[in-house]
Write a protein that binds this ligand. Structure first.
Ligand code: SF4
Length: 210
């Protein structure tokens, strides 16, 4: 698929600019209290190079998440390793805080130890609710069901730039130079409000791709 008015190429990645401009995102675990969470809705692929940091936190993570005591930590999928989950599909690293918030043991332990969460969490978790296809070429877009989650919302036609939450994800996964390039492109347009499927649906996130 070639580029169209909704997309731009940045450093070899086809970015679905309108999809990203049309999304606002703010992770607030309190919104998941007593409800489902993104940590129980998707298969999380793990790249081989992500294993070491995850395994290094396993002992402490077990004190937070009981699922890590009852379930396999990693499972084989057709296209590589994925994080284990319980019978309800909830990730083994997810746990409920005392006030019912759904939290990530890897994220919590990273903060406890003064590490960037991005250094220990799988890339597909960092990307959510964005998605990166395996390619080539790789496509960066938003997940199909983004607006089903209370932490995501649509932006109105005419919105400019990127939402801060979306910009933070792009910077964390692709780096600030990539984000600058994307923001330059966004500064020359406003959101059309018409991001439709004349672009191919993204493939599942590739944790090795970013
Ligand atoms: S690793 Fe953490 S962020 Fe990713 S699905 Fe599991 S609990 Fe959620």
């Amino acid at each position: 698929m070639g580029l169209d008015i909704h997309t731009a190429e940045i450093r070899g990645v086809i970015v679905h600019v309108d999809a990203l401009m049309g999304l606002s995102h703010c992770c607030q675990p309190a919104q998941c209290a007593g409800k489902g969470s993104c940590c129980g809705a998707y298969e999380v692929h793990v790249a081989p190079r992500e294993l070491t940091s995850i395994i290094g936190l396993m002992k402490e993570a077990r004190t937070l998440s009981r699922r890590l005591q009852d379930e396999e930590v990693f499972e084989e999928a057709e296209d590589g390793l994925v994080l284990g989950s319980d019978d309800d599909g909830v990730c083994v690293f997810a746990y409920r805080s005392r006030n019912g918030q759904m939290l990530c043991a890897l994220h919590s332990l990273a903060l406890k130890h003064g590490i960037e969460p991005g250094a220990v969490k799988p890339k597909s978790c960092l990307l959510w609710p964005l998605t990166l296809s395996q390619g080539p070429p790789r496509h960066l877009s938003t997940i199909d069901d983004a607006f089903d989650w209370p932490c995501n919302g649509p932006r109105p036609a005419g919105a400019t730039g990127l939402d801060d939450g979306v910009a933070a994800i792009v910077a964390a996964v692709f780096g600030k130079p990539f984000l600058r390039d994307l923001q330059d492109i966004c500064s020359q347009r406003s959101y059309t409000g018409q991001y439709e499927s004349d672009v191919a649906a993204p493939q599942p996130a590739d944790p090795d791709g970013a």
